[in-house]
Design a protein around this ligand. Structure first.
Ligand code: BGC
Length: 751
């Protein structure tokens, strides 16, 4: 259905978040009424002063090449007589600071240069007649109490500001993106967390602790005198003295301010959210402060939790909870890197790394379908994938980041088994691999991706404070070249594109061969040097750092991506185990972390993998947990042993990438994997690898066919297992020490 939207805008600068408004007289109440609303900016839609839909940040963040409309059911809500329709809008994604990360070709830095809205209201009356009402120049533009609002900076609301008419709207004929029906879920208030504690810091700050970091806003019930001010700041952590810490927010001001009007009110911002656990009351009119008046409201996209996990180790339970919160706070229309500082962007690498875990934890099929469609829209004609989607940033076209174009569609397909969805994203997968192929040819080695700037093994712990880690980016890029080509081959095979499957399979094999020649010498991983002996090829000019491929990440990639011969695996696994043991901890960054434990456990080092999982020593997953984290930190040492913070320029306490370890707990500890021939959990393998230190572990996972459960319990020196297989599922069960069996009947089984 093509809807005849008419865009309108304000011909004058409203100096606040404008409200577009129109009243209509209805001779009778329509029996059915639907509104379709969209905006360049973000908006709330009201009927007779009442917000419709309970959606936040509509129309949602998409590629600038399209904009969504939402549909609101107004049936039974429009009364006979006068009804007022209004839309209050703010800069949001299109015009806010969030889209100012790079200059566009037209010299502007935003998606658009003014707010526009469009609405259609379709009414059906009792005699069957229909009427379509639309935005046009008869709508009026009013001021609003929201004086400013921005994702990064927060909101300023003057409740004494009486909305007044500024002018009539005018038709906005400037070019607009394609308007399509919203899908993939929208952001709504999902969870409410009451304030836990009121703290007075050594500096004398009044701080409220909600006990959990979330992304959303603080809702406050307040009564002040007319003209009183209420100002709050947001923070993720307190410093080691117990003072409020905002040093890591980069440019984000992250403040909410209200001027009160003397009424008893429940306040919250409208067009902004912050990542926070603490708020500081910078100005607050009521004494004493009553905790009951404060609630943290978590906002996130519609997604149902699909996995529950618990075990006898409280630290792991907390880690799981942190991983869930990492996802909740960053699945805000798009998968963002973090919710607090002046980024909050759809960094592709982060999502690539976390996608499998995301699909285990929540139902995110439609969420990814939408984001991957935006990725396809923002893919360059040559196949390059911008490093953030929606593309607001001209960063590197990087291996491990662009590979989100192949890894995410494939992981989502395995998890949900939707071939049509895979087919939708397959052209993008292919184009990305062809892009790598072209880059490789450009550097003169068709089957290796040498050169180009990459983000490397981002934030690896092998060399202190080297953002890219030590692993040669050429190795990472070439490894992903092979992996992505292989995923394309698999996707082509599933989609019945046999010739393309052969093509990509051959390409992947050739890359594998070239990889072996370039990076493996005498059964060791070595640095590739060009003929002239230069190991730093052209790409290290920005981030200079020592390069070696004798790293945990390089070994994990070679093993997990199957880049060595079967008989060499034990040598590389042995070296990986040695690297871990010698250092006494993991050293991997974003790229190596999801595969490290798999590379160990798949090659006979399960106990060592558990050692890493259960370690509390920095760097480790439990280091953050035992240091009070309630989400997953961006850096292994976001806070170090002394309680000092990492570099404030890049130190988020809510980045989900390292949460990817849950895919190992699921896939190796519980041993649950989806077979490629039975995507969507139609055919699975359950091959648990318990560890003595965990006497009880249980997981329940909602699959497209029903709930799958795996649980083990240690009794004496034996492990007992209980497994629930959902209907329409073929499960191959491999219990340690028992012969494997295939189960096709739904039910509860004990082993
Ligand atoms: C982001 C990341 C991202 C990285 C790329 C950071 O600023 O927060 O998570 O992947 O840049 O290098």
């Amino acid at each position: 259905m093509r809807l005849p939207f008419c865009w309108i805008c304000s011909p004058v600068d409203p100096h606040c978040c404008p409200t577009f408004r129109k009243s209509w007289n209805f001779p009778e109440s329509p029996v059915k009424a639907t509104a379709f609303v969209t905006a360049i900016g973000v908006y709330d839609f009201f009927l007779n002063g009442e917000k419709q839909g309970n959606i936040f940040f509509a129309p949602g963040w998409t590629s600038e090449k399209r904009v969504f409309f939402h549909r609101y059911d107004l049936s039974g809500k429009i009364a006979k007589g006068k009804n007022v329709f209004s839309i209050t809008a703010a800069n949001g994604y299109a015009l806010g600071d969030i889209s100012s990360h790079h200059f566009r070709e037209n010299g502007k830095c935003h998606f658009a240069d003014h707010i526009s809205v469009a609405a259609l209201i379709r009414c059906t009356f009792s005699d069957g007649s229909e009427k379509l009402l639309s935005t046009d120049e008869n709508w009026e533009v009013f001021s609003s109490a929201i004086l400013s609002s921005d994702f990064y900076h927060g909101e300023l609301c003057d409740l004494n500001a009486v909305p007044h008419k500024l002018c009539n709207a005018e038709k906005d004929l400037s070019p607009k993106p394609k308007i399509t029906a919203a899908y993939g879920g929208c952001v709504r208030p999902r969870e409410r967390i009451p304030a836990q504690k009121l703290l007075i810091s050594p500096k004398g700050e009044k701080i409220i602790d909600f006990g959990q970091e979330i992304a959303g806003f603080a809702e406050i019930s307040v009564q002040g005198k007319k003209g009183d001010k209420l100002c709050l700041s947001h923070a993720e952590v307190l410093d080691k003295e117990g003072n409020f810490y905002t040093g890591n927010l980069q440019r984000a001001k992250a403040k909410t301010e209200y001027v009160l009007n003397g009424e008893n009110l429940i306040l919250h911002p409208h067009f902004t959210y912050q990542g926070f656990r603490y708020i500081r009351l910078d100005e607050f009119p009521q004494e004493p402060v009553c905790l009951d008046h404060f609630t943290a409201v978590a906002l996130y996209t519609d997604m149902k939790q699909a996995c529950r996990f618990s075990c006898n180790d409280k630290r792991l339970n907390r880690l799981f909870n942190n991983i869930l919160w990492g996802q909740k706070s960053n699945f805000m229309d798009i998968p963002t890197d973090c919710p607090q500082r002046s980024e909050r962007l759809g960094w592709t690498g982060d999502s690539q790394v976390f996608c499998r875990t995301a699909c285990i934890n929540f139902d995110v099929k439609n969420f990814y379908d939408r984001w991957l469609s935006d990725m396809a829209l923002d893919q360059s004609p040559d196949g390059a994938i911008p490093c953030v989607i929606p593309a607001v940033f001209n960063g590197n076209i990087s291996a491990g980041w662009g590979d989100a174009a192949t890894v995410c569609p494939w992981e989502v397909y395995l998890a949900y088994g939707d071939k049509k969805q895979l087919a939708r994203h397959y052209p993008m997968m292919k184009k990305w691999v062809e892009y790598i192929h072209a880059r490789a040819l450009n550097y003169g080695e068709e089957y290796l991706w040498l050169g180009d700037m990459h983000y490397g093994d981002w934030l690896a712990a092998d060399e202190k404070n080297e953002l890219l880690g030590s692993t040669q980016t050429d190795l990472i890029a070439s490894a992903f070249y092979a992996y992505s080509a292989r995923l394309c081959a698999k996707a082509a095979h599933v989609l019945g594109k046999d010739e393309e499957a052969v093509y990509f399979d051959t390409l992947s094999k050739r890359v594998r061969l070239a990889f072996r020649k370039a990076f493996i010498k005498d059964a060791k991983l070595c640095v590739y040097k060009k003929a002239d002996g230069d190991p730093s090829v052209p790409h290290n000019n920005v981030y200079s750092r020592p390069v070696t491929n004798d790293t945990q990440t390089a070994h994990a990639l070679v093993l997990y991506f199957n880049l060595c011969e079967e008989e060499e695996k034990s040598i590389f696994a042995g070296r990986l185990a040695q690297l871990v043991t010698e250092r006494g901890h993991l050293t991997t960054g974003f790229i190596g972390t999801p595969y490290l434990l798999f590379a160990l456990s798949q090659n006979g080092y399960t106990e060592l993998a558990y050692n890493l999982l259960l370690s509390e020593k920095n760097p480790s997953w439990l280091f953050a947990v035992t240091h009070g984290a309630t989400t997953v930190w961006e850096r292994w040492d976001s806070v170090n042993e002394n309680g000092d913070f990492q570099d404030p320029d890049m130190n988020s306490f809510n980045h989900y990438a390292y949460g990817s370890v849950f895919s190992w707990i699921f896939g190796a500890a519980f041993g649950i994997s989806v077979k490629e021939t039975g995507a969507g959990y139609r055919k699975i393998k359950i091959s648990p690898h318990p560890d003595d230190r965990l006497s009880q572990m249980r997981i329940s996972k909602r699959t497209p066919n029903g709930t799958l459960k795996v649980c083990w319990k240690k009794s004496g020196d034996r492990f007992d297992y209980e497994i629930t297989i959902p209907k329409n599922t073929e499960a191959e069960i491999c219990i340690p020490g028992q012969s494997s069996q295939i189960i096709r009947q739904a039910g509860n089984y004990r082993f």
